[in-house]
Structures are given as structure tokens and as C-alpha cells.
Design a protein around this ligand. Structure first.
Ligand SMILES: *Cc1c(COP(=O)(O)O)cnc(C)c1O
Length: 220
């Protein structure tokens, strides 16, 4: 068994069966992704559209591709033919563009609204109020080619586990409060390598794990 297969198995053994594992493969070469694929992994996450497109073109077509990074409106068209879930949607403007591009391909593209739960200024995301405004908007009702299927969040990058836990609980409580009114909301995407156990305890249904599967990333 190679390291990636071992890592995947260890993680799968430590998460409940109904939690989806997205293998975050950004910066890693296709040969490495194929090791994960060959051990059964089918959900992959990337944070750059161009890189995801290149990998999609070369890799087997039964993979679910997740766009987990911030999305620029003018790049939506490149992933519209194949992307399965866009995690970090944070405006009605972006939803309109996703809808327009999805329509061209006769598809319905699944999206998550990114909620800002971290303290840091740099993190993207909507306030709860702005998320509700989008969910209730008439504009959204007219977008037949997008489906908002849940929420996504990133906790503050800190060793303070209590803070991480409280941020995940904040988004989880919000998610549970929305669900009765919006039955399409089934996915809560929270948890990365360093905090996925805390996220699962808080109610995560989807974890995005990179370095614990593929090793540290080298950005050079
Ligand atoms: C890179 C990234 C991850 C994975 O991070 P790891 O710490 O390597 O598990 C998860 N979510 C997002 C949005 C990312 O950009």
C-alpha cells in the first residue's frame, strides 16, 4: 500500500460513513491524484479553475470535481461543463453568472454559500444576514440552473481549539436553523486536515482534506 492509500484509509476510518471526503489535490501532479483515484477516491477539490480544468481533461471522467476556492466571475465559463459543486459562492452576481454558464451546457450546478465564521479579515464569505437575503431573493428563484445545496465555512487558522469549535458550531447552528425552510440545504462543508474532527463533532457532512492525504504543499 502506498502512502496516499494509507492516508486515505486512515482518514476514512476516522470519519462517519455519511460524511463525504473531498480530497484536496491543489498543487499536486496528476500522477499523485491517480494514486488516490486508484484506491477508490472519486471526489477531488481544487482551488484554481485553470488547474482543475487541466486535471479534469486528463483524468478519468467518473470524478466529481469540487471548486473550493474563491471564484472570479469571468472564469466560471471554464468549469461550467463539468464542475459538480462550487463551495465558495458569496454573491448573487456570481450565482447569476454560474446560472448563465450552466444553462449553456444544459446543466444544473450545485453551489454552497460561503459563510464568514473566522475572525481574520482576509477570509471571504457572507454574513448570516446576507446569506438569508440571497436565499430569499426573487432573483434566486429565477435562476433555474443553479441549486444551493448547503453552506461552507473556514475556521480561523489558530491552535485555539475552543475558538475553532465555537466557529464551527456557529455555522452548524445556522445551517440547522435554515434546513426546515430550505430543504435543499443538505451539505455542510466544514473541516480541513487540522480541524476536521472538531468539524465532524459540530455537524459537518463534508470535509475538505489536502495535506493529511497528499502531504505538505510546495508552492515554489
Ligand atoms: C487547501 C484547502 C483545504 C485543504 O487544506 P488542508 O489543510 O491541506 O487539508 C480545504 N479547504 C480549502 C478552501 C482550501 O483552500
Amino acid at each position: 500500500m502506498n502512502d496516499i492509500e494509507k492516508n486515505l484509509q486512515n482518514i476514512k476510518n476516522s470519519i462517519p460513513e455519511d460524511v463525504t471526503l473531498v480530497a484536496v489535490s491543489k498543487t499536486k501532479p496528476i500522477s499523485i491524484l491517480m494514486q488516490a483515484y486508484n484506491s477508490g477516491q472519486r471526489e477531488f477539490g481544487e482551488n484554481k479553475i485553470q488547474e482543475m480544468v487541466e486535471k479534469w481533461e486528463e483524468m478519468p471522467k467518473d470524478i466529481s470535481w469540487h471548486m473550493i476556492g474563491h471564484v472570479q466571475t469571468n472564469k466560471v465559463k471554464y468549469m461550467a461543463p463539468f464542475v459538480d459543486l462550487i463551495h465558495a459562492v458569496d454573491s448573487i452576481k456570481l450565482l447569476k453568472e454560474i446560472n448563465k454558464q450552466a444553462k449553456k451546457h444544459n446543466r444544473i450546478i450545485n453551489c454552497l454559500l460561503q459563510i464568514k465564521i473566522a475572525e481574520e479579515e482576509s477570509k471571504f464569505g457572507l454574513s448570516k444576514e446576507d446569506a438569508i437575503t440571497i436565499l430569499e431573493s426573487d432573483e434566486l428563484k429565477n435562476l433555474a440552473n443553479v441549486r444551493i445545496q448547503g453552506l461552507m465555512g473556514m475556521a480561523t487558522f489558530t491552535n485555539d481549539q475552543h475558538q475553532v469549535k465555537s466557529e464551527f458550531e456557529t455555522i452548524s447552528t445556522f445551517f440547522k436553523a435554515l434546513k426546515p425552510k430550505y430543504p435543499n440545504l443538505t451539505t455542510l462543508s466544514i473541516g480541513m486536515s487540522g480541524d476536521y474532527k472538531i468539524a465532524i463533532d459540530a455537524g459537518s457532512t463534508m470535509v475538505r482534506i489536502g495535506s493529511s492525504i497528499f502531504g505538505a504543499r510546495n508552492y515554489n
